[in-house]
Ligand binder design. Structure first.
Ligand SMILES: O=C(O)CCC(=O)C(=O)O
Ligand SMILES: [Fe+2]
Length: 258
């Protein structure tokens, strides 16, 4: 299935103001931009990944399946080099980029969410960026598998906000005394909402967490595509040798580590 010509959205552009906001806060949301055909195809692809995960050992490809999701689903693979997605990544990172991973983040009823953490890349070299582009296909409401952020936290480029902290622990152990380096305001926790079809860009060093899935009758369907400037090892990279050797259409030149 080659989907490179099907638009993902009509209007989702990281203009100068949006880029400045992304750089200031560490994240930037485009509420409800994914068009309906894309929402439908993504939901089907993400449900197919969940089906495969029920019997993961049976499959020969790389594991865990949800962290190599593009390698298990043609539609997800086709988006790696979708021109609209690549433009968004290049408007964020500049021209020289590499693909890093496609991870599904589906959250079933009762899922526990995730405590506070950040992710790493080139902590000592701010010229090397790493952006994660989340597709919140059916969105989320406040307090129902909602993404929480700390605007400005990415400026610290701290990859070691220890995984799993609760809000109180983050306040006591990491936020205490820290200020936004540009505004001087104390750092604080913010909870986001996302209508269906929302895309959120996030610099990888931003502190984030996810609340539990409260809904009892529906899964939150989400997938993240990550891109970075080449230059360092990437601990997050999930690309098998076979996938690198046989990349999706248009992704030639994006797959290598360096
Ligand atoms: O599930 C989410 O919304 C975010 C999960 C997360 O922490 C991540 O992908 O880094
Ligand atoms: Fe995370």
């Amino acid at each position: 299935m080659n989907s490179l010509e099907d638009p993902l959205w009509e209007n989702c552009r990281l203009d100068k103001a949006a880029k400045e906001q992304l750089d200031f806060d560490g994240h930037y949301a485009f509420p409800g931009v994914l068009n309906h055909p894309t929402q439908k195809r993504l939901t089907e692809a993400l449900a197919a990944i969940e089906d495969l995960r029920k019997d993961e050992a049976r499959f020969e490809g790389p594991k865990p399946i949800h962290m190599y999701a593009a390698e298990y689903n043609e539609y997800l693979a086709s988006l790696v080099a979708h021109p609209q997605l690549l433009k968004l990544a290049r408007d964020t990172l500049g021209d020289d980029i590499r693909y890093d991973h496609t991870v599904t983040l589906n959250r079933h009823p009762g899922s526990n969410g995730a405590g506070w953490h950040s992710h790493g890349y080139a902590e000592d070299d701010p010229s090397l960026g790493f952006v994660r582009i989340f597709f919140y296909v059916n969105g989320f409401e406040a307090s129902d598998s909602a993404l929480k952020v700390v605007p400005g936290s990415h400026h610290y480029r701290d990859a070691e906000i220890s995984a799993g902290l609760k809000d109180e622990d983050l306040r006591e152990n990491w936020l205490a005394g820290k200020r936004h380096p540009l505004s001087g305001e104390p750092l604080r926790i913010e909870k986001l909402v996302a209508p269906p079809g929302t895309i959120i860009l996030m610099w990888t060093h931003a502190a984030h967490a996810v609340t539990s899935r409260i809904s009892t009758d529906s899964t939150r369907w989400t997938v993240v595509y990550a891109y970075r400037n080449p230059g360092r090892e990437s601990g997050a990279r999930q690309i098998s040798e076979a996938f690198e050797a046989n990349p999706p259409d248009g992704a030639e030149g994006l797959m290598s580590l360096y």
